[in-house]
Design a protein around this ligand. Structure first.
Ligand SMILES: Nc1ncnc2c1ncn2[C@@H]1O[C@H](COP(=O)(O)OP(=O)(O)OP(=O)(O)O)[C@@H](O)[C@H]1O
Ligand SMILES: [Mg+2]
Length: 319
């Protein structure tokens, strides 16, 4: 799950993980930016570098969560490939791990995508996949293609050996139809433009584009006929309607008049926004990607709201 900053990547990733976990499925929700956004959303304490059950979905499915820490992921790898054990800890003391995860470009991203792909491919003793789905709260649109593609660069740099094989295995998962990069947007010009650019970049890199989720959609309060009237409506008629509806006092020449201007100003504002949103919907329709919409939860986000968004995604067949 990617998208412009602040559009709801973390929220929608969590809602998707819940939606996919329904009916006994098991989902892993991973975050990679060290922000502890998932713990906050599920109202639990900070996640360790360890898969933890954080929610039960309707119908008995489970959502696990993991905050991937690049340093610990690197130690994992050294252990896996080179059986480094305590030598790995020594490297850490020397600051070599810091160097690799914060300074060497790309290494950090390789570790993050590598860990997520390991979870995708992991099987239990009976040979069944441990997780039915892995949902990643990924970096924003501006960085997503580079982030996912960095293994290609690494595979090219290390021509043979475990790192080369690892990088290639990760790319196989990421470029397969098993993976889908979903993008969250708002019905505003900037995030929609970023979505369009992001899709073009992903396609050019042959990464599988999934769906676009339009988040925080506000309800439509005026229909086409009402919108026509905005701007040309007769003020005395509005005042009369308000009075007869018992608003602003029933008395002729009462308070209803005072409500007219602010209400019409709101209507005009709404009409303007509606026009802009319609333009953005048209741009999104051109992208040739399945579109979904999630409502703006006016009361703000909480766990109940998150479950409500998950239901909406389910209802729109996102699974
Ligand atoms: N459908 C919604 N209705 C109401 N509030 C929402 C909705 N979706 C997200 N929010 C709120 O919007 C804010 C941004 O959401 P979120 O943190 O998921 O975005 P993000 O894209 O992950 O941000 P960042 O780029 O900072 O990681 C949060 O306060 C969240 O609770
Ligand atoms: Mg986030």
């Amino acid at each position: 799950m990617s998208g412009k900053g602040g559009t709801g990547k973390t929220t929608v990733a969590a809602a998707l993980a819940l939606a996919l976990a329904e009916e006994g499925k098991r989902t892993l929700l991973v975050e990679v930016e060290g922000r502890q956004g998932i713990a906050q959303l599920f109202e639990t304490q900070a996640l360790p570098y360890e898969e933890r059950k954080i929610a039960v979905a309707p119908g008995g499915g489970e959502v696990f969560a993991l905050a991937i820490d690049p340093e610990l992921a690197l130690l994992d790898y050294l252990q896996m490939f080179y059986k480094l054990g305590s030598a790995g800890r020594a490297l850490r003391k020397l600051g070599a791990i810091d160097f690799a995860t914060t300074i060497a470009p790309g290494v950090r991203d390789v570790l993050l995508t590598g860990k997520a792909c390991e979870a995708v491919r992991r099987k239990d003793r009976g040979g069944r996949f441990v997780y039915d789905y892995v949902v990643m709260d990924a970096p924003p649109t501006g960085r997503i293609t580079r982030f996912l593609n960095v293994n290609d660069e690494v595979a090219g740099l290390a021509k043979i050996g475990p790192i080369h094989n690892q990088a290639q295995a990760v790319m196989r998962v990421l470029k397969s139809p098993e993976t889908a990069v979903h993008l969250v947007t708002l019905l505003e010009e900037m995030p929609v433009q970023e979505t369009a650019d992001g899709i073009a970049e992903l396609r050019a890199a042959r990464l599988p584009v999934g769906r676009v989720i339009v988040n925080m959609v506000r309800p439509q309060v005026l229909d086409a006929a009402d919108l026509e009237l905005v701007g040309s409506v007769s003020r005395p008629a509005v005042a009369r309607s308000l009075s007869s509806a018992g608003l602003g006092g029933a008395r002729r020449g009462g308070h209803a008049e005072r409500l007219v201007e602010p209400l019409l100003a709101q209507a005009e504002e709404y009409a303007e926004r509606y026009t802009l949103e319609t333009e953005q919907r048209a741009v999104l329709a051109e992208l040739d990607v399945p579109l979904h919409e999630l409502p703006l939860l006016a009361e703000g986000m909480d766990l109940a709201g998150l479950y409500a968004l998950a239901r909406k995604l389910r209802g729109q067949g996102v699974s």
